[in-house]
Ligand binder design. Structure first.
Ligand SMILES: Cc1cc2nc3c(=O)[nH]c(=O)nc-3n(C[C@H](O)[C@H](O)[C@H](O)COP(=O)(O)OP(=O)(O)OC[C@H]3O[C@@H](n4cnc5c(N)ncnc54)[C@H](O)[C@@H]3O)c2cc1C
Length: 417
């Protein structure tokens, strides 16, 4: 019973590695002609890092990513609202990584080809439709049809499989903000390995290093995302992760964001290339599984990239699918069981990211004091800040104690029989 996977992004490749580990035959069909290292920085949370370690990728991750040490919120004047340790510094048994998306995708891709052979991923193969048969499913590609036992759609926010399941759904929903994403060579702040979320709802900047310091210059590759809310009547350009942008569209608003720990204007000036992306997501679905076909990753639960959980959740999806195949065999029951476990979590995360996501605290402080204070306790108590932070971790499934106490999703020797 071969599992047919549409899409070779983080989700599809993680599933490929998991199925290879479990001895389940699979094939991945990726639309692009060649898998290339696209994108900029992403964060992999400890719950997903645990899974990557279980897939044997620990030392490889240390070569391409940075162990994130600290996470903090700052006002538009550069004042500290809240800082907390991350990964192993916070007490997790696994680190958090800040990493280049393309490097992670290439790591998964090359590891998969080494382990499962070069024929398991077919590039230039775009999925267009699916069909359930009595005992399996047919994946229709632009170039023909393939039969298998199950189909897992990992074909991203524009999933062709999802649009067949939900023909009335239409394009992704725009939340009124635009993101400009880039990397710059810059000095690290707060001792390195630190992630900063600065500003408020209508103007924000997120910055974190995705390389360790250069031994000669001490500088890092700093990933950053500038965000502005714009007049919705102007509409938004069709989203594309690789749309090149003009700095003049957003640079003026950040002219005065020059703090003693980070010069935001200079950071923007020193980037060679900036990508533009509208903040889009989709409404949560009531169902991902139709017979022998299911959705995963962004095809199932695309969310605003504000809580560092898009790629992390894609990896978790792959591992939960694997665990359910071990439990139930390669059949529709396993897909239903995967959906039952994961869909409620991703619905909560998606909705939280639209409103009271982890950075909602920025707007709260902006409303209370315009971002200016002597010490934060004049504005909001530490207990209140700590409760906000703990709430989001719990929604997204990365509470420290819960994660550390959980048994592995897939035991080392597990196989699907
Ligand atoms: C080029 C690119 C750059 C990105 N850059 C960033 C970034 O900088 N920061 C960030 O937070 N997130 C980024 N993302 C999104 C992020 O990777 C996802 O949110 C997350 O990793 C979930 O991964 P996914 O595999 O579900 O989806 P994706 O990463 O979107 O992968 C989907 C894969 O399916 C392929 N595909 C699409 N349609 C079809 C089809 N019909 N048939 C077969 N294959 C198909 C795509 O080419 C892609 O390889 C990017 C995504 C892409 C595709």
């Amino acid at each position: 019973m071969t599992v047919l996977i549409a899409g070779g992004g983080i989700a599809g490749l993680s599933l490929g590695l998991t199925l290879h580990q479990l001895g389940v035959p699979f094939r991945i069909f990726e639309a692009t002609k060649e898998i290339k290292p696209m994108g900029v920085g992403i964060n992999i949370q400890p719950n997903a890092v645990r899974e990557l370690f279980d897939m044997g990728l620990e030392s490889a991750l240390d070569e391409i990513g940075v162990r994130t040490r600290q996470y903090g919120f700052y006002t538009k004047l550069g004042k500290t609202i809240w800082e907390e340790p991350r990964g192993t510094w916070a007490g997790y048994a696994w680190p958090q990584y800040s990493i280049h998306r393309g490097k992670l995708q290439m790591l998964l891709y090359h590891t998969l080809l080494e382990r499962a052979g070069p024929d398991c991923v077919q590039t230039g193969a775009r999925a267009v439709a699916f069909e359930n048969t009595g005992s399996g499913a047919v994946l229709h590609l632009e170039q023909g049809r393939v039969e298998g036992g199950l189909i897992v759609a990992a074909d991203g926010i524009h999933s062709a499989i999802r649009s067949q399941m939900y023909p009335q759904e239409g394009p992704p929903i725009w939340g009124g903000a635009v993101l400009w994403r880039a990397t710059s060579i810059a000095k690290p702040f707060f001792g390195g390995g630190a992630m900063a979320l600065i500003g408020h709802d209508t103007q924000r900047l997120v910055a974190y290093p995705i390389s360790n310091p250069d031994p000669e210059t001490g500088k890092v590759v700093m990933n950053w995302i500038a965000e502005l809310r714009i007049d919705p009547s102007e509409g938004w350009k069709k989203e594309d992760w690789n749309r090149a942008a003009d700095k003049a569209d957003f640079r003026p608003q950040f002219e005065h964001w020059r703090f003693d720990w980070l010069d935001v204007a200079e950071l923007i000036d020193s980037a060679e290339q900036v990508f533009e992306y509208p903040m889009v997501d989709r409404d949560p679905l009531d169902r991902w599984t139709e017979g022998n076909v299911t959705l995963m990753g962004d095809a199932a639960h695309p969310t605003y990239p504000v809580g560092s959980n898009g790629a992390s959740q894609a990896i978790i999806d792959a591992r939960v699918i694997g665990a359910k195949l071990v439990e139930h065999g390669v059949n529709a029951k396993a897909l239903e069981a995967y959906e039952a476990d994961v869909r409620p979590v991703t619905t909560g995360v998606g909705l939280a990211n639209r409103g009271s996501g982890p950075d909602a605290i920025l707007q709260r402080v902006e409303d209370l004091c315009g971002g200016d204070f002597g010490v934060i306790e004049e504005v909001i108590s530490k207990q209140d800040l700590a409760a906000h932070s703990a709430r989001y971790k719990s929604i997204a499934g990365f509470s420290i104690d819960e994660l550390n106490a959980k048994p592995p999703l897939i035991e080392t020797e597990a196989k699907v029989v």
